[in-house]
Each structure stands twice: as structure tokens, then as C-alpha cells.
Design a protein around this ligand. Structure first.
Ligand code: GLN
Length: 200
């Protein structure tokens, strides 16, 4: 029997249902047997083969992840089982090892990807915008949606840059961990979720 892939989407706050819908659509269009479900408690972590950390409010998501014990469980599963994770926007911040944060919030990072991320790095005028970007490994161009987006300021170790806007890194990968500062779930374009599916 073909194994079904089980993909969890962290269901604390932010663009949750959008990730579930686009991931389900990606499984369907690629004929991949699998399920997508919302992760709300520790027990769910044992059931997942891959995880999506959605965008939203970084402080809220990271604090609740920690409170529920999910933070520790996810960090462990990444380290010990090579859990594939895609973090978008706030999810990208939480995957980082270092943060630059004007707000000086107590964000709990997963320290999963060797990168330093700056929150809200595009400044006030450009809080939200769309831009065509080139992504390595994805057919060009890709129309990316940015909402109060972070920027990946530095990478090291095994982390690789996949996309940039000028000098600002907006997508990076370390093994099977994927970080993007934009919102692929707010488009009908399945290419990023497809890319992630290939990593699982
Ligand atoms: N700027 C937000 C934060 O760091 C993230 C924005 C988003 O996820 N769309 O909390």
C-alpha cells in the first residue's frame, strides 16, 4: 500500500486555512496520497510527516507554541527525525537562529535554520506589496505577496539562498527546512507548496 503523507499546519493564529487549502490542492493536482490537518496540540506532532508554520503575528505564535509544549516537540522532531518544515513570514522568523527585532519582543526561536532574520524589515511605506521574483528551482517569474515581511539578513552553515530582492534574502533552504518571507498561501499559485512537497 502506498503510504499517505500527513502534513500538519500549525493552527494557532494567522493564515491557517489558506495553507490547508492550497496544500490539499497541491496533493490533489500532483496525485499524491496524503492528508493535511491543523496541528493544535502535542499529540498531533506524532502524526505528522511534514509541518507548515504559517505567517501571522510572530510574538503570539511563538509564545503559544512554547506554552503548549509544541516548540520543544517541533525542535526535537527537526533534530532527531529531520522533520521537513516550511515557515512563511512569521513562520520564517520562528525557524531562525537569530533575530533582529525593533519591538524587542520575547520571540522564542526554534534555532532550526542557520540564518538571522529581521522582523518587519521592509519599512513602513512598503508594509505590503507584491513583486515578481526569481526563485532557484522554481520556474520564473513568481509573483510573491509580502505583508509586513521579514528579511533574512545573514545565512551560514548549510543554508542556501533561493531568492532575493536586491540584496535582501527572501527565501532560503537548509536541507529539508524552507523559509520564505512572503505568503505563497495567499495566491492560487501552487509552485511553492509543490516545491515543499518535493522535499518531503
Ligand atoms: N511582521 C509580522 C511579525 O513579525 C509578520 C507578518 C506576517 O507573518 N505576515 O509579527
Amino acid at each position: 500500500m502506498v503510504k499517505k503523507i500527513s502534513i500538519g499546519v500549525i493552527g494557532i493564529q494567522g493564515a491557517i486555512s489558506e495553507h490547508v487549502a492550497i496544500m490539499q490542492n497541491t496533493l490533489k493536482t500532483t496525485d499524491t496520497p496524503g492528508t493535511v490537518f491543523i496541528v493544535k496540540n502535542l499529540g498531533d506532532i506524532n502524526k505528522i510527516d511534514a509541518l507548515i508554520l504559517p505567517g501571522g503575528e510572530t510574538t503570539t505564535i511563538s509564545k503559544i507554541l512554547y506554552k503548549l509544549g509544541l516548540h520543544t516537540a517541533i525542535a526535537k522532531k527537526i533534530k532527531e527525525n529531520n522533520l521537513p518544515v516550511m515557515g512563511t513570514c512569521a513562520g520564517c522568523v520562528i525557524l531562525a537562529s537569530e533575530i533582529i527585532d525593533d519591538i524587542k519582543d520575547d520571540v522564542k526561536l526554534l534555532h532550526a535554520i542557520d540564518m538571522q532574520v529581521e522582523r518587519n524589515a521592509f519599512g513602513r511605506q512598503k508594509e505590503s506589496f507584491e513583486k515578481n521574483i526569481n526563485i532557484e528551482g522554481v520556474h520564473h517569474p513568481y509573483n510573491a505577496v509580502f505583508i509586513r515581511a521579514p528579511v533574512i539578513r545573514k545565512i551560514w552553515g548549510k543554508t542556501k539562498v533561493l531568492a532575493k530582492i536586491n540584496k535582501k534574502i527572501v527565501m532560503a533552504r537548509q536541507d529539508n527546512l524552507l523559509a520564505l518571507s512572503f505568503h505563497p498561501e495567499l495566491t492560487n499559485d501552487l509552485r511553492i507548496h509543490n516545491y515543499f512537497l518535493d522535499m518531503i
